[in-house]
Design a protein around this ligand. Structure first.
Ligand SMILES: [Zn+2]
Length: 197
């Protein structure tokens, strides 16, 4: 009987401690949520989250990515899949990076390959984010005769995602205009901590 009482007493203490822990956990959870709502979610964080379900996205791995359309459809958003894998084009003046001049780096939204620097971007009036130069190791080119036009398609060198087209009516020093889809790009600010990982 005494033993039972001791055990019972111990059980009560353990129970009390567990309850305390549970309330502490609840308080931490509430505080965390409050902190979250106090600060606006920056673009980079949103992008890292959107890349979370894509195991092939890496800003450090440069090995070629070759996947079936079936796999791409599973890991990319429908909008990105349409542009990257079906050579779609986003509507002009609607893209996130069209009117955007933050300092940082642009990566392929499908695989994380480095494509452009913010210093290579210029304010174009065409309605899509435009660059006068690309990372030579980041992009590849292909002749595109679709829609009754002769154009040069720009693709990601690592995963062959469609990015946009390049024209020869850009500004100095190159005279080139890389006309890109915002959806195909992922911007990471210069001082983003995720770059150090
Ligand atoms: Zn890519």
């Amino acid at each position: 009987m005494i033993l039972f009482r001791i055990v019972h007493y111990d059980y009560k203490i353990v129970n009390l401690a567990l309850m305390k822990l549970f309330y502490l956990f609840l308080i931490v959870l509430v505080l965390q949520n409050c902190t979250k709502t106090n600060y606006p979610t920056n673009i980079a964080t949103m992008e890292h989250l959107s890349a979370k379900n894509n195991p092939y996205f890496s800003i450090t791995d440069t090995t070629k990515v070759q996947l079936s359309d079936e796999v791409w459809a599973k890991v990319l958003s429908p909008e990105l899949y349409h542009i990257a894998r079906q050579a779609g084009t986003e509507r002009p003046f609607t893209g996130q990076y069209n009117d955007f001049d933050e300092v940082g780096h642009y990566y392929c939204a499908a695989c994380g390959n480095h494509l452009f620097e913010s210093t290579q971007k210029f304010a174009s009036t065409c309605g899509w984010p435009s660059f006068f130069e690309a990372d030579k190791n980041g992009v590849s080119y292909r002749r595109d005769s679709s829609h009754g036009m002769e154009r040069i398609e720009v693709l990601c060198k690592r995963c062959d995602a469609h990015l946009g087209h390049v024209f020869n009516d850009g500004p100095a020093p190159t005279g080139m205009r890389y006309c890109m889809n915002s959806i195909s790009l992922k911007f990471i600010p210069e001082n983003d901590n995720n770059l150090k990982k």
